[in-house]
Design a protein around this ligand. Structure first.
Ligand SMILES: [Zn+2]
Length: 335
């Protein structure tokens, strides 16, 4: 099969044998696979992985083969997959059904081979069938949309939680914007891209702040929130330099929710957090069923988030395009 192999420096297309199918797995013919911020972080050297490795974990495709222990009814199904594989189903976390923190877990496209390839072998317990009204391209948003829903699974909302400031209106920020509005929150969206700010406005964000204007982001947020700061401030930027503003934009006893990874040395003002009794939350992954319902019912718009599409052969160009175009929201690799 054709696969995009990351060697620790570059990504190149190679012809390699199809994955070996274990009895508990299915073989998926990948149809579409999204480029995630995590993929970019790996290629930029901010997140270390074993190499050589096939990246990619936001994907959808058709099951073309099932292992001996898998129900044959899966054959031919249109599916997507959760990313946390190698689950032992017996550790401390698994006993509490927190499978995403299983001690033996390995993530597709990060710890073990992922979906920038013609085929991927996946454990059947990770599968979710895609309804016919969700295209393969749209289905690549199920994993990040689940992560957006997870924000409010791990961070319960209180009666004072009325405003949420979302720093970064990329794919995750714009999904989160829509989920926050469903949860009854007033969204303040912050980004440097007019295109992204306009999309947030179309999705119903009440306040938009372009973060390269003269007036400071913190000043604008204070003005909007009666000089208090936002109740909830979410980081989806992946930019360590944004964290100072994120802390300063949060009101005392407010909540900061970190959704993106920032690399190894992240400066953050812990004293301010302690003095003002701010709580920090974080979350990743999330409930696929909620994401599939949100997409299938039309409640969540993902069509407008697709910026560009590349064939697998041109995946290196897809990664390079992020350097050139800050309006780029979501790139999909068609396979
Ligand atoms: Zn476990």
């Amino acid at each position: 099969m054709k696969a995009a192999i990351f060697d620790g420096q570059d990504i190149s297309i190679k012809e390699i044998p199809n994955p070996e199918l274990k009895d508990s797995q299915v073989l998926i013919r990948v149809k579409a696979s999204g480029v995630c911020g995590t993929d970019l972080a790996i290629v930029r050297g901010h997140l270390l992985t074993p190499t050589p490795l096939i990246l990619g974990h936001e994907f959808a495709g058709e099951i073309v083969e099932v292992g001996k222990k898998v129900n044959e009814s899966w054959l031919g199904k249109r599916v997507t997959s959760e990313i946390n594989s190698n689950i032992d189903f017996e550790c401390y976390y698994c006993q509490r059904e927190i499978f995403t923190q299983c001690i033996t877990r390995k993530a597709l496209g990060i710890d073990i081979n992922g979906s920038f390839a013609e085929y991927i072998a996946v454990e059947s317990y990770l599968l979710h069938e895609i309804p016919n009204n969700i295209s393969y391209k749209e289905a690549t948003f199920i994993e990040p949309l689940a992560a957006a829903f997870q924000t409010f699974e791990t961070m319960p909302l209180g009666s004072d939680d009325k405003t949420i400031a979302i720093f970064g209106l990329g794919k995750l920020g714009l999904l989160l914007c829509q989920v926050a509005i469903i949860n009854g929150l007033e969204v303040i969206g912050i980004d440097h891209s007019d295109r992204k700010l306009n999309l947030a406005k179309n999705f119903g964000a009440k306040h938009l702040i372009k973060n390269n204007e003269d007036e400071s982001v913190i000043g604008r947020i204070k003005k909007i929130t009666g000089n208090l700061g936002a109740n909830i401030v979410v980081d989806t930027t992946g930019n360590p330099n944004a964290l100072k503003e994120i802390v300063s934009s949060c009101r005392s006893r407010g909540k900061i929710h970190i959704k993106s990874t920032h690399g190894l040395d992240t400066p953050i003002d812990l004293t301010d957090i302690v003095v003002r009794e701010i709580t920090i939350f974080s979350s990743r992954c999330g409930p696929f069923s909620k994401a599939i319902n949100g997409l299938g019912s039309g409640l969540i718009n993902v069509k407008d988030l697709i910026s560009q599409e590349f064939k697998l052969e041109n995946i290196a160009d897809a990664f390079n395009s992020y350097k050139k175009n800050s309006d780029n929201i979501k790139t999909i690799i068609l396979i």
